[in-house]
Design a binder for this molecule. Sequence first.
Ligand code: CA
Length: 235
Amino acid sequence: MPMLRTLLIVEDQHDLAELVALHLSDLAQRIHLCSDGVEALRIAAATPPDLVVLDLGLPGLDGLEVCRRLRASARYVPILMLTSRSSDAERVLGLELGADDYLVKPFNVMELVARAKAIVRRMDGLANAASDAVIRSGTLAIDPAARRVTLAGTPIALTAREFDLLLHFALHPGRVFTREQLLDTVWGGAHGGYAHTVNSHINRLRAKIETDAADPRWIQTVWGVGYRFAAAGAA
Ligand code: CA
């Protein structure tokens, strides 16, 4: 299991912060705890964390604002958001600058560990697979280091998951992936595994990058099997 160099836990319920720290202590060499958003940003700027466990409801600067500001920094930081209501999911994940994943309180600590490990595996896998070189396919450009995508020079706002999905495809042009394989690699196996989750992300990704969703230039459907990214030079 790869290690996090630094983990930042931002949670104003001290007992919960301690519980999270205890259960993720095997994953991280160094853990910073803090209870407000301003302090979290200060720590993150001084010691960029490899993962942030971020409470949504914080005094002062709330979790979403902290998330937004962390996303504005050059270095991509994975964020696992803690929320009090499952109805926050859309808000937390749906924004283009949203969290990588979320857990609803009260959560099972084993679930917390599984989600954190999945994020680490996913980031490690993507980091190993991708050099820092920008991947270009026609007018589409994917910058793995900055996690930015442009289409004919125009920036495209993608959620963390949409970006991972697109990067995974683009790293393997022409290769067909089943929905199960995509759930395993892009979602890190931490989710129940619903094919419709993949479908809905593919649809949203297509809506953002494809001109003609009925005849996709990049994300192609392979009927009865899954999806593939257009083979180099083929499209
Ligand atoms: Ca709170």
